[in-house]
Design a protein around this ligand. Structure first.
Ligand SMILES: COc1cccc(Nc2ncc(-c3ccc(C(=O)NCC(=O)Nc4ccccc4)cc3)c(OCC3CCNCC3)n2)c1
Length: 342
């Protein structure tokens, strides 16, 4: 089914994922030939969730980081909202772990450093994710992770005390204070989920799991021990176990913070000291890249000055998408050339 709103701008291919109210299809941006993920939402189906989509779109416009999935364009018709997003060719981290049973400590660290970078960045920007899990971490073609929020759970960092909020997280990754309905800080809950994630990377299964949700909750909470009861398989190193214990602290006030994580010896192990966790964005979205602006100006027969002022508006239209895709290609030291026949 082709949507006329995209005709000539994007080709649409098969569905790569669907959640409650959204469907994601593989797409191609015609002018650059680059693959994109097209998230399609039906306004009627969204109902009173529509304002949350607008909040997410505004949030994504302010997020620009090498480990956070990028928004390129928003197209709104009277019935649909299309989000043109960064496509990650190697799929979910979840499948990557399942295929390998479990990862070595070094490989787990390679991914965990990127997760810490992405979470430190969105916390720095004032957001908590609240649904960190391997399905929401996607791989691009050089083992770089991209954080996504497929289920619309990312929120301002402040606490949420309504129990209903737990509905959008995934129970096995949910922090004890989140499932007990207490007032909690999204940023502290994210640290717990990173502990569950690291455990899944190192072990290939979950630290707290049970088909019965009540038993699962009890395993997560068992507050009489400082950290929840979870099995520590013999292949875990001492330093890995200590890292897990600091993340999976039942009391959120005793839990390690993301700032401490950035300098934790386990996270920095085997990395030359200069290579700290790159939590700052490598993108300076403010100043535009001259080569990309020029290529776009030439391809539409506009002056560089005119194209520069169009792009400076960051209106997340086709021009914004073309610029960001060209820029991304330049980062991968690929050619910055557009199809010229159009
Ligand atoms: C088997 O899947 C495969 C196999 C092979 C390749 C791919 N590639 C591939 N690339 C890109 C996507 C995608 C990106 C972003 C968003 C999104 O919703 N962004 C919004 C967003 O990230 N907000 C946000 C982020 C951070 C903070 C605040 C807000 C949605 C989809 C994708 O989806 C497929 C789904 C399937 C179900 N699990 C989740 C992924 N899949 C996927």
């Amino acid at each position: 089914k082709s949507y006329c709103a995209l005709d000539g701008f994007y080709e649409m291919y098969d569905t790569i994922g669907s959640g409650g109210f959204a469907k994601v299809k593989l797409g191609v941006h015609c002018l650059t030939g680059e693959k994109v993920a097209i998230k399609i939402m039906d306004k009627k189906q969204l109902g009173d969730d529509l304002p949350r989509i607008r909040l997410e779109i505004d949030a994504m416009k302010s997020l620009s980081h090498q480990n956070v999935c990028k928004l390129f364009q928003v197209i709104e018709t009277d019935a649909k909202i299309f989000m043109i997003l960064e496509y990650c060719p190697d799929g979910e981290l979840f499948d990557y772990i399942v295929e390998r049973d479990r990862l070595t400590e070094d490989e787990a660290r390679h991914f965990f450093r990127q997760i810490v970078a992405a979470v430190a960045y969105i916390h720095h920007k004032g957001f908590a994710h609240r649904d960190l899990k391997p399905e929401n971490l996607l791989l691009d073609d050089d083992q770089q992770l991209k954080l996504i929020d497929f289920g619309l759970c990312a929120k301002p960092k402040g606490g949420m005390n309504s129990h209903l909020e737990t509905c959008c997280g995934s129970p096995a990754y949910a922090a004890p204070e989140l499932i007990s309905g207490k007032c909690y800080l999204g940023s502290e809950a994210d640290i717990w989920s990173m502990g569950v994630l690291l455990y899944a990377l190192l072990c290939g299964y979950l630290p707290f799991d049970d088909d019965n949700i009540a038993i699962l909750y009890r395993k997560i909470q068992c507050s009489h021990l400082q950290s929840g009861i979870y099995e520590k398989p013999e292949w875990l190193s001492e330093s890995s176990m200590e890292m897990l214990d600091q993340l999976l602290q039942v009391d959120p006030k005793r839990r390690i913070t993301v700032a401490q994580l950035l300098h934790h010896p386990w996270v920095l192990q085997d990395c030359n000291p200069s290579y700290n966790v790159q939590w700052e964005s490598i993108y300076q979205t403010k100043e535009l890249d001259d080569e990309c602006v020029t290529e776009m100006a030439v391809s539409v027969g506009k002056s560089r000055k005119a194209m520069h002022s169009i792009l400076s508006d960051w209106s997340y239209d086709y021009n914004t998408a073309t610029y960001l895709l060209l820029w991304k290609r330049k980062q991968l030291s690929k050619s910055v050339r557009l199809m010229r026949d159009q």
